[in-house]
Write a protein that binds this ligand. Structure first.
Ligand code: COA
Ligand code: AMP
Length: 627
């Protein structure tokens, strides 16, 4: 076990040496010419000249090394009462045949494939099949509605869309195909073909000439070999919420991504080939991309794909059942899942029913791990409970307690320390370095390590404007926080309009755009308020156009439904209040922070720039009826 501090120091003093060594963990068709290309800074590129294939590294090389009979994937689906396993040999067969099917449908290197799927093995197979032939996948979370899917289809311009007839939410069948059809109708860039997995719970109606059945195209196809791609070629695009209504397409490369994720499995997660790793997330989110699909397979571990919830499928013992049944060593999920378990089973009685002897680590991310949830999980599980902080953009943890190096004492409320490769700095609003314990903006000094975003799809300038322009030479994370005297990082929350709802990242600006599109609404604001289960939930306030005399409850209900229809149920918007006016500064900026503080019962001085304090006062009983 190496020293964390030495590793971190080497990684920032000699990034080329550090990551050049880590790159030996990956098989290359052609070695990189150099480790880091900084000739176009701030647009850095890792491993230029290198040629490799991510799918080869995730599957084929383990088979060639004689480990084809080892389990690669465990599919555990309490919602369909299905359990299925795939060895590396079997996964190779499935993935190379679907890769052949995609090729037969005209997908080539650099073409995009949108994947809109529930948590079934074919979702993971489709991603790896794209990687195999050098195509770029873009997975869209199944909880997003047709309009969100349409925006992503238009931006990515896919040759093919891969989907399924339905997803299952506990005991409700959600038909995906009508949503896909509506999205394609709305989109300007029409895909050439769709491939649909027909699940027994719902049968999709196929569009002749455009739609193909997964089983039919796969059985007719010859297996496709791995394409050699440039390390710097995109592996995928993953759209994420920013401050505007339009999601940004985060682009991840092949080489840097494989090197970083492979390194993370042993050094952060202490998980070795053959051990069972379970990320209880969704392939539609970055956690699912990195730690359900790529990292465990790159490391030769066994990954669990779980189609269920922490509670209700069937009870709060679901996680412990999966851990004991499959011998999971490492579980990774979001704190919200644990709050749900704690709510249903406060004494942890379900845990006692299962053999958790192989379980060694619980990793949590996606939102701040509140000290109370940390304490509960830690007391009941008796294994290290590791908070770690990262973002879609970084693709892997920026701050963590590295279980494969020397683990540090845990401080509840802190994701511990910066991971090697990430030179994290805190600055004040005016750009001065912040003192220990002083809150500020969290920045990361460039270059970011391998595995982080290489750009915004189709818009290099947007990447520079959004992330690299605040302080030249630094990446702006969008989170605020501080270091304490011991160098522990504390991440306190977003400083922009991004909110985290049950570990799902949403933009209040995006929800505002939808509410504002209602014909009765003059203006509106959406704020993220604290929620004991989901961490945060959105709340809307809308001012109606003058002359609109409609019943307020009726309009509010329409607004809630509109957001559900346009964005998806995952927005969890339940409450919109119709108000007379929104509080603003004299220059017309809506005072969202002040409204959020009132709703959360937090003391915050009224900004001196407020235009009319009476407007804010009138909202106090609406925002916080108990105040
Ligand atoms: N397809 C369709 N609908 C979906 C969906 C999907 N893939 N995922 C969620 N939804 C729907 C839900 O059914 C729910 O609908 P409803 O309002 O009609 O009930 C809505 O979107 C909100 O979903 P969610 O935020 O997941 O809330 P929940 O009440 O269903 O469950 C938790 C709460 C805490 C149990 C759940 O969020 C959870 O398991 N979280 C685990 C962590 C996680 O997955 N984090 C992701 C990043 S690590
Ligand atoms: P996403 O891109 O969906 O992964 O969301 C990233 C955002 O989630 C970050 O910018 C943080 O605001 C929040 N986040 C993720 N993990 C943590 C954590 N461990 N502690 C605090 N916030 C977190």
């Amino acid at each position: 076990m190496g020293s964390y501090r030495d590793a971190w120091r080497r990684s920032v003093e000699d990034p080329e040496g550090f990551w050049g060594e880590a790159a030996k963990g990956i098989s290359w068709y052609r070695q990189p010419d150099r480790t880091l290309d900084d000739s176009r800074a701030p647009m850095y590129r890792w491993f230029p000249g290198g040629e490799m294939n991510t799918c080869y590294n995730a599957i084929d090389r383990h088979v060639e090394a004689g480990r084809g009979a080892q389990l690669a994937l465990i599919y555990d689906s309490p919602v369909t009462d299905t359990k299925q396993t795939f060895t590396y040999d079997q996964l190779l067969d499935e993935v190379s045949r679907f890769a052949g099917a995609l090729r037969d449908l005209g997908v080539g290197r650099g073409d995009r494939v949108v994947i809109y799927m529930p948590m079934i093995p074919q979702a993971l197979m489709a991603m790896l099949a794209c990687a195999r032939i050098g195509a770029i996948h873009s997975v869209v979370f199944g909880g997003f509605a047709a309009h969100e899917l349409a925006m992503r289809i238009d931006d990515a311009a896919p040759t093919v869309v891969v989907s399924a007839s339905c997803g299952i939410e506990v005991n409700r069948v959600i038909e995906y195909k009508p949503l896909l059809d509506a999205a394609i109708d709305e989109a300007t860039n029409k895909p050439r073909a769709c491939v649909i997995v027909q699940r027994p719970e719902a049968t999709a109606t196929m569009v002749p000439g455009r739609d193909h059945d997964w089983d039919e195209v796969t059985s007719a196809a010859a297996p496709a070999p791995c394409e050699s791609v440039a390390a710097t070629d995109p592996l995928y695009i993953l759209y994420t919420s920013g401050t505007t209504g339009r999601p940004k397409g985060v682009v991840r490369d092949n080489g840097g991504h494989a090197v970083a994720l492979h390194w993370s499995m042993s050094n952060i997660y202490d998980t070795a080939p053959g051990e069972v790793f379970w990320a209880a997330s969704d392939v539609g989110w970055v956690v699912g991309h990195s730690y359900i699909v790529y990292a465990p397979l790159l490391a030769g571990s066994t990954s669990v794909l779980y189609e269920g919830k922490p509670v209700g499928t069937p009870d709060a013992g679901a996680f412990w059942r999966v851990i004991s049944e499959w011998g999971v060593k490492t579980l990774f999920t979001a704190p919200t899942g644990f709050r749900a378990i704690k709510r249903d089973d406060p004494d942890g009685t379900h845990m006692a029913r299962y053999d958790l002897s192989k379980f060694r680590y619980l990793f949590l991310a996606g939102e701040r791990l509140d000290p109370e949830t940390y304490q509960w999980a830690s007391d009941h599980l008796g294994v290290p409970v590791i908070d770690h902080w990262w973002q879609t953009e970084t693709g892997w943890p920026v701050a963590a307690n590295l279980m494969g190096l020397d683990p540090l004492p845990i401080k509840p409320g802190s994701p511990t320390v910066p991971v090697p490769g990430f030179n994290v700095q805190i600055v004040t609003e005016t750009g001065e370095p912040a003192a220990a314990d002083a809150e500020g903006l969290i920045l990361i000094k460039l270059p970011l390590p391998p595995g982080c975003m290489s750009g915004v799809w189709g818009d290099e300038q947007k990447y520079i404007d959004t992330y690299l322009s605040h302080t030249p030479g630094y990446y702006l994370t969008g989170d605020g926080g501080h270091f304490d005297e011991d160098g522990y990082l504390f991440v306190m929350g977003r400083v922009d309009d991004v909110i985290n709802v049950a570990g799902h990242r949403l933009s209040t600006g995006q929800i505002e755009e939808i509410i504002a599109s209602h014909p009765a609404v003059a203006e509106c604001a959406v704020i993220g308020v604290t929620d004991t289960l989901k961490g945060q939930v959105p709340r809307g306030l809308a001012v109606l156009k003058s002359g609109v005399t409609r019943d307020h409850d009726e309009v509010a209900a329409e607004l809630v439904q509109l957001v559900r229809d346009q964005l998806g149920a995952v927005a969890s918007l339940r409450q919109v209040d119709i108000v007379d006016a929104l509080p603003k500064t004299r220059s017309g900026k809506v005072l969202r922070k002040s409204m959020r503080a009132i709703a959360d019962g937090v003391d915050m001085p009224v900004p001196s720039t407020i235009d009319n304090p009476a407007v804010l006062d009138a909202l106090r009983p609406v925002l916080n009826p108990g105040s």
